[in-house]
Design a protein around this ligand. Sequence first.
Ligand code: ADP
Length: 666
Amino acid sequence: MDNQNNKNNPNNNRQGWGIILVTTLLVTFMVMGFYSLMSGAGPEEISYDKFLDMVDDKKVAEVSLSSNRIYITLTDEARRKEAQENGSDSMNSVINQIWGQTGTGGSRDSSPDYYTAYVNDDTLVERLYESGAEFKGEVPDTMGQMFFELFVTLVLPIGLMALVLSYFIRKMSKGGGMMGVGKSNAKMYMEKETGVTFQDVAGEDEAKESLQEVVDFLHNPGRYSGIGAKLPKGALLVGPPGTGKTLLAKAVAGEAKVPFFSLSGSAFVEMYVGVGASRVRDLFKQAQQQAPCIVFIDEIDAIGKTRDTVMGGNDEREQTLNQLLAEMDGFDTNKGLLILAATNRPEILDPALLRPGRFDRRIIVDKPDLKGRIDILKVHAKDVRMDESVDLEAIALATSGAVGSDLANMINEAAINAVKHGRQVVSQKDLFEAVEVVLVGKEKKDRIMSKEERRIVSYHEVGHALVTALQKNTEPVQKITIVPRTMGALGYVMQTPEEEKFLNTKKELEAMIVVALGGRAAEELVFDTVTTGAANDIEQATKIARTMITQYGMSERFGLMGLESIQNKYLDGRAVLNCGDATAGEIDEEVMRMLKSAYAEAKRLLGENREALDKIADFLIEKETITGKEFMKIFREVKGLPEPEEDAQEKVEERIAMKPLEEADQ
Ligand code: ADP
């Protein structure tokens, strides 16, 4: 928003600096010029010998001594003589003559004509007495010298200091530091019209429904207040990052056709106590002037963290929060001012913020489900040219867990990829590559693996895939590859569900653990040794086993006891143990037992199917990337299984459309 006054206008600032610089330079030149003129008109240096001669010839009227020089003033007669000898062009004598005429009280000029270096000469005093020259101890500096010294020792340093100081003061006040108290310099953005509508937000139907009401109230506040209804002051949008909270807030403003102010909660909190509070005051003042409007505070947890912390509070944040609460209580809703705030950590918010009359509406903006993802993909695909191979549903199916910003990003990546390959339209292959880039990073073509390493990676990946195919309750394999990726994977198996699942059975989770350990089992079985390549798998398997025990009540040992609770659901979903140390130890034992038995199962399955393992691994080494279909073909051949009419595996692969992938590769 445009709340810059003239003082903060960068152009004005630049001009001011220019003027200061030019003035400083001018003054410097003037002083130096004056000084050089003065020093040009000053005494001339002569040798000591010549000086003694002058003394002896009684030409010297006056002598003055400084620490290292002797200044000599000639008698009037001697001066005249010299002037005649040198001619009237001598600058020195001209000035001396002028000075002589204008000197104090019209008397003779007493400024020295010559100077010579001081020599330790005992006879000098006597000689001077004899010649009748007057004798002075200390010589005063010439005017130019005085000026110059004054400038160098006093004016220049003070001037420079003033410049530096004023620079820092300006900088501080701009950053909202000490000098900025009382003025909101926080980055606040204002859009008169966001141009975003609810149609641009896909898949968040419940959230949109709740907000629709708010839009209506902004449209005609009178209708609500007329009947005596209290209007909502604020709504809190809660959900993981990238799910479209900001987009929704903008859509509310867009739908209601009111201005949209946005700023981040962290912009309030400063080093100096009181700045945040004054910013809040300022924000509300401005917003009320602009009402009806929407104010959107992103990351409200930065100021809204609960106040009664054990470690002692943060004064600045508490003051800011108190001010926010006071302002929210104070403003008049009838004007049509609505505060929307977003957070992904609702559990840490101060309860006072959530009381009626403040952010009393909580709108959940969660990760989209399959339909939501399809809709989001459609919204973003609208402006991108796509060919007929594109099946957004298949992409949505393969991107379980992705949020709106991921999906928007994938579409864009796909478009960029198409352009990179000189194509005019985006194909399913581009989209699929984009999905992989988001999931596992880009292909790392420059990584050269040794032959042996490629063999190990190949067996490892086929181990996963084979264990998947040999078990029930698993998702079909869609692709196996040993092309390394930038996010660290040396190879991977991609599995795609046939349909979106909201629940997992115990059997499915157990099968997942076996699949995760299938890679390591293959390594041990074939090479009789193990590598570091299974670190990720082990972590994943352990996590599943642990959650089964502590959260899902799926272990016999602990039954239905809830042993862990999730801390921040919308971020990393970290879990905290709710049990005693002894139980924690027992949980670890149980996890170990589950992992051991799953590993044994993986080894058994692979051992019994060694021929398939070898054949598929060889094929993968040769091809680097194979489709689920190719994998299943070899698997069936080895096992002597009939080709199915159309199994689930095929269905998925058709939809994911690996065909264009192969065609495009040729
Ligand atoms: P948040 O505020 O929740 O972190 P944003 O609103 O900033 O997320 O979303 C970032 C971008 O992701 C948006 O600009 C939009 O392009 C895309 N996006 C996120 N969610 C959706 C959605 N539900 N529908 C359409 N696009 C979305």
